[in-house]
Design a binder for this molecule. Sequence first.
Ligand SMILES: [Zn+2]
Ligand SMILES: [Zn+2]
Length: 214
Amino acid sequence: MQLRVIPVTMFQSNCVAVWDEATGEGVLFDTGGEPTRILDFVKSAGIQVKAIFLTHGHVDHVAGTNRVKEALSAPVYLHPLDKELTEHTSRQCLMFGIPIEDAPLVDHDLAEGDRFTFGSLDFSALHLPGHSPGCTAFLFACDKPVLISGDVLFEGSIGRTDLPGGDMEKMRESLGRLKKLPDDIVVVPGHGSKTSIGREKLRNPYLSDRFSMW
Ligand SMILES: [Zn+2]
Ligand SMILES: [Zn+2]
C-alpha cells in the first residue's frame, strides 16, 4: 500500500492518495483544492482512482472535488449529515478568496462501519461527529494500519467545535473511540504532520483522561 499526502491551498488541507502499487488501483481523500496539482500527481504515479472520499463537508476539504471527479470519472462519498455544510461551498470560496467552486456532487452516502475494498486496499468508515455532524475517519487494515482522521484529530490538537454543526460533547465521545484504538496506528490528519495514536495518547492534552472528564 502506498500513501502520499498532498497539502493543498492556503489552508494546507491534506489531500491523501492511497493506492495498491501492484494493480495501480487507489482512492483519494479530501480533494480540497488545486485540482490540477492533484490530477498531475495521480497521473505521474499511475493511479487508477476508483473513488473519492470526503472526511467532512468544510470548504477546505471539498472545493476541488467536482473537477477531480469529472476528470477521473470517480464516484464521491460523504456522510449525509455534512451535505448541508457543502451547500455553502461557493459562498465560502468567495469569503476566503479562493477559486469559486460549486458544492461537491456526492454519489454515495457514508455510514458508520461501511467497509471498502479496492484491490488489496481494505478500509472501513468510522463516524466521528464533533468537528462537524458527519465527520468520518477511515481505518486501513494492513500490516501498518493507517487512520485518515480528517479534522477530528491533529498532531497535538483536535478540530474546532465552535463552527456551525460543531458539538464538544460529541467530539469528546469521538475522541474516546480513538483512544481505544491500538497505539501503533499511524494517523494522517486533515492538516499538518502525520502522527500515531500512541504518540497522541502521550502528548495530546485532548486525549488525556482529564479531558474526557470535563
Ligand atoms: Zn473542517
Ligand atoms: Zn480543515
